[in-house]
Write a protein that binds this ligand. Sequence first.
Ligand code: ATP
Ligand code: MG
Length: 457
Amino acid sequence: MSPYELKTGVRRSSYFLPTLRETPADATLVSHRLMLRGGLIRQASAGLYNWLPLGFRVLKKIERIVRQEQDRIGAHECLMPTIQSADLWRQSGRYEDYGKEMLRITDRHDRALLYGPTNEEAITSIFAETIKTYKELPQLLYHIQWKFRDEVRPRFGVMRAREFYMKDAYSFDCDKQGGIDSYNSMFISYLRTFQRLGVQAIPMRADTGPIGGESSHEFVIIAETGESTIYLDSSLLDMRWALAAQDDRKKYREMVSRATSLYAATSDEHTPLQFDKQVPRSRQIKTHGIEVGHVFFFGDKYSKPLDAKIKAASGEEVFVQMGSYGIGISRLVAAIIESSHDDRGIVWPKSVAPFKVGLICLDTGKYKVSEELYALLCNNGFETLYDDRFDVRAGVKFAEMDLLGLPIQLIVGGKSATSGSIEFKERKSDERHFVPLEQVIPFIRKQSTADSVTIFD
Ligand code: ATP
Ligand code: MG
C-alpha cells in the first residue's frame, strides 16, 4: 500500500513504542508533548529528532499523499543530495544573503559545501545543463528530502526544527503566462493535498522573503496554538468547489482567482480597514495558524544568474520562467496534531493515522478470539496495532490507545465478553457498538465508506 510497504500489523508486546506516562517538562506545545508521550519521536539534539517507528509511519503516510498529488498534476519525482556545493549559491548571490541559517561545511580539500536549506540553485543548474528548447517545456520536478536551517530558536519539537523533511517542487516554463499556469496547478494541488490530509489549510497572500519573486501564497492550517495570527473570510473554510477540476489550465485560473479574491491575511499583511470593507462582520474570522506550505512564482530570478536559457518558439533565447513550491512534511505531523486532538490525546485523521485499528485484548480467556480477529484484520488489509499484553492493566491500555489516537478501537473481553461480541469504539466521537466477531470486518468497511473523508480517497 505504500512505497515503503509499511507492515500491516504489529503486536504491542514486541513493538518499539516507548510511551511516557509523565508530560515532558520542557515541551510547551501540545503536539510536542503528545509526540513525545506517544513515542513518535525522541530528541537527538537541539532541533534534531529521531523518528521512532510510530512517528515514522505517520511521516511516510503524509509523504505518500503529497507524492500522489504531485504526480497527479504531472510533476516528476527526483532526488537531489542534502549536501550542496557553495559555488552555485555564490552564483545566485544567496551564499552571503542566507546568513547564519545556512550550515556551512568544509571538506578535506577545503572546498566549501553546505547542507541544503532549499534547492532552487541545484535544480536550476540541472535544468540549465539538460533542457535547451521550448519543446521540452513545461516541466515540473520535485523531490522529498531533508533540509537543514540553523534556526535561531528551534522549538516546539518538529514544528520548528533545524533538520526537517520537505517536499519541494520547481516549475519551468517558456513564458510568464505558462509560469503562472504552473503556479495555479500547484495551488490547486495543495488544496487537494491538505484536504486529503484531513486538515483545513487556507491560502494566504504572503511576503516572498529570501526566495524572492512576484507572487506567493502560504498555506496555513487553522490551529489555536499556531504561531501566526490570521484574519480570514469564513467562505474560505469550504473550498471543495476548487478541487474538482482535472488538469485544465483555464479552470485552474478561474479557481485560483476565485480563491485568492477572498480575504485572508497573516498579521504582517493584515489591514483592518480593508478587512471591514471586504468581509461582512458575520464572515470575519480572527484565529491562529501554522504555515505548512508555501508557493512562489519568481520568473527569472534564478535562471538569469545561473544562465538557464531556452530557445523559444520565436527562435530567440529566453530565460526560463520558474516557481518553487514547498510543503513541510515533518512539520505537518505536528500541525495535524495541533488541529486534531482532545484532552486524552491525538485524534488522527484516517488518511494519516499510523494504524487504522487499535485492537485490545483484555483477558487471557479471550486470547483465541482476539488472535483470530487480529489475523482477520491483517488479512483484510486493515493496519492494526494489537495490544496483546497481559501484564498491563486495562485502564493503562485504554489510556494509551486514546493517547495514540488510532481512528478505531476494538476491544475483546471485559464488557464485550458478556454480550458475546466485540466492542467497537470510534476514537473521535467515542461512539460505541457491540459487533459479533464475524460482522467486524463488514462493519468497519461500512463505517469507512459512510464517512469517507474526501472525494479522492
Ligand atoms: P517559517 O516562516 O515557518 O520559518 P519559511 O517561510 O522559512 O517557514 P519556506 O522556505 O517557505 O519556510 O519552507 C517551506 C515549508 O517548509 C514551510 O511552509 C514549512 O512547512 C516548512 N519549514 C520551514 N522551516 C521549517 C522548520 N524550521 N522546521 C520544520 N518545517 C519547516
Ligand atoms: Mg514560508
